[in-house]
Design a binder for this molecule. Structure first.
Ligand SMILES: *[C@@H]1O[C@H](CO)[C@@H](O)[C@H](O)[C@H]1NC(C)=O
Ligand SMILES: *[C@@H]1O[C@H](CO)[C@@H](O)[C@H](O)[C@H]1NC(C)=O
Ligand SMILES: *[C@@H]1O[C@H](CO)[C@@H](O)[C@H](O)[C@H]1NC(C)=O
Length: 323
């Protein structure tokens, strides 16, 4: 009952608290709560996301919290696209710091996975995160803006904000996608101007050790995860390249002098990425991988095609054995 009070209070702040249908009677240790962070233009306050969270809660017999930045579904949707990502991270950190310090697991959908990574790397006041699963998350950014679905007003507004360029100061503080736009043909400019992803991925460590924005703690914190499962959708055309979900990207050193796009379609996989091979292991990914705690999985179909066949086997593998 006491626990319920704490969680109910927190639910006011950020989240929908989805309770299991009935409290477990056994004395088995309670399954860890699960945080869910949705994608661009979506909100955990929407009915679709509430349904997913309800299913998670039932299946894993635990509390599920959706992380929202805005207080209403439409405000939350707007802030998922039209905001400064660092602001969203700050809001989430402060809300998460109100949870007790029980460890949690987390699921990030699309860009929600980047935000969860930011919480892990940059938010020591949040509860410790044990297992992270990301679905279609652009971990190495996007190299093309997503095409907007009809009537997706958040996406349309983002297109307007980035119209004069993704690396303008305005776009870099008002459009979340611009903040993880990683242009392989303008890599130096990206490193200079990206207000989010370059720092989140600790990429500046590669050009200059001791760079002010390099934070060894970020990599250490990510490396402290018990597991990190990154899922790519095999037919993803929203995240370009789709392999970004596995930390793949175009080869920036080949393309950084080239002015025209699409020079090469070859994708540098995680294990050949400078953030992986660099002696500092700036993001902790090498430590995770070498200790068998990094899992790259694939699902069929387009971006966020979260079918039962794709989602449950992956999540069961992670959450069924985590207590
Ligand atoms: C990039 O430009 C520099 C200086 O102009 C040149 O030395 C280098 O060979 C170029 N790299 C590629 C891959 O073209
Ligand atoms: C990326 O391109 C550079 C320059 O062409 C090349 O030396 C390097 O091997 C490439 N890296 C990968 C991982 O393909
Ligand atoms: C979604 O994935 C299923 C398999 O899990 C596949 O059969 C289906 O074609 C995919 N749908 C889309 C629209 O990508």
């Amino acid at each position: 009952m006491k626990l319920f009070g704490i969680f109910a209070a927190v639910a006011n702040y950020f989240l929908c608290s989805v309770q299991p249908p009935s409290p477990p009677l056994s004395s088995a240790p309670e399954n860890l709560p699960i945080l869910v962070w949705g994608g661009l233009g979506d909100s955990v306050l929407s009915s679709g996301m509430e349904e997913l969270m309800g299913e998670l809660s039932e299946r894993y017999d635990t509390r599920v919290y959706g992380v929202s930045i805005g207080d209403t579904p439409s405000e939350d949707r707007r802030l998922s696209g039209l905001s400064d990502a660092n602001y969203n991270v700050q809001v989430a950190c402060s809300k998460l710091s109100q949870l007790d310090n029980t460890p949690v697991n987390a699921i990030g959908l699309s860009q929600g996975g980047l935000f969860l990574r930011a919480v892990i790397e940059q938010c020591p006041e949040a509860p410790p995160l044990r297992h992270l699963v990301t679905f279609g998350t652009p971990h190495m950014g996007i190299e093309r803006l997503p095409r907007c679905a009809p009537r997706d007003w958040v996406c349309a507004a983002v297109a307007l904000v980035t119209r004069w360029g993704v690396y303008t100061a305005y776009a870099q503080s008002h459009a979340v996608v611009a903040q993880y736009y990683r242009d392989p043909t303008r890599y130096a400019e990206y490193l200079r101007k990206s207000t989010w992803l370059a720092g989140l991925n600790n990429e500046r460590a590669l050009i200059q050790e001791g760079h002010a924005s390099y934070s060894p703690k970020q990599g250490d914190r990510l490396a402290a995860l018990e597991s990190f499962t990154a899922v790519m959708f095999s037919g993803d055309t929203t995240v370009t390249p789709k392999q970004s979900a596995w930390f793949g990207s175009s080869n920036v050193s080949r393309l950084s002098n080239v002015s025209s796009e699409g020079e090469s379609s070859e994708i540098v996989p995680l294990e050949q990425q400078p953030i992986y091979t660099h002696p500092l292991d700036p993001l902790g990914l090498r430590r995770l991988n070498e200790q068998g705690r990094l899992h790259l999985k694939a699902c069929d179909g387009r971006h966020l095609n979260l079918t039962d066949a794709c989602m449950w086997p992956i999540l069961d593998g992670v959450f069924d054995k985590s207590e």
